[in-house]
Design a protein. Structure first.
Length: 159
């Protein structure tokens, strides 16, 4: 076993952990939408999703940084786009987590999920700069469209 293979394992395992956190967050949001009354399970799932997501994101960045430095280099187009997308996705999550109203969190969830799927596409296909930008732009557009749709439905059901 090499350090590279261990870093790759940690990277893939952390990506799985991040998607697990996304599933937990989605489950908590869906359960809360179905039964808006205070439910301790929602809070526990939300905290667990936040912790798992945070730990996974740190491990993704650490292992990905190693892989970038020792395998791909710091001037690889798809990596640069993926890294910027990670930063944007984390920022969106931090900002919207503090906003009132579940509608915003639902829209944020849709956008962040689409962006993370776009990042996985970049990691597996490893396209050039133009294609990487198209992938992330498309993921953002899909996520925004889904987020707007979810937001409108959530607002309409409250009225």
């Amino acid at each position: 076993m090499t350090i590279w293979s261990l870093a790759l394992f940690v990277h893939v395992l952390s990506a799985m952990g991040l998607f697990g956190a996304i599933v937990l967050e989605g489950a908590a949001l869906a359960r809360h939408r179905l039964s808006p009354a205070a439910n301790p399970g929602d809070a526990i799932e939300a905290r667990l999703a936040g912790r798992l997501g945070g730990i996974s994101m740190l491990a993704i960045v650490a292992s990905g940084g190693y892989l970038m430095a020792h395998v791909w280099g710091w001037r690889t187009a798809w990596l640069d786009v993926a890294l910027l997308t990670i930063v944007a996705t984390v920022a969106i999550g931090i900002v919207t987590a503090r906003m009132p109203g579940e509608e915003i969190r639902l829209a944020s969830f849709a956008l962040r999920s689409a962006l993370f799927a776009g990042i996985v596409f970049l990691m597996t296909v490893k396209p050039g700069l133009a294609q990487a930008l198209v992938v992330v732009t498309t993921a953002a557009a899909v996520g925004l469209a889904a987020g707007v749709r979810v937001y409108r439905v959530a607002v309409a059901t409250q009225a």
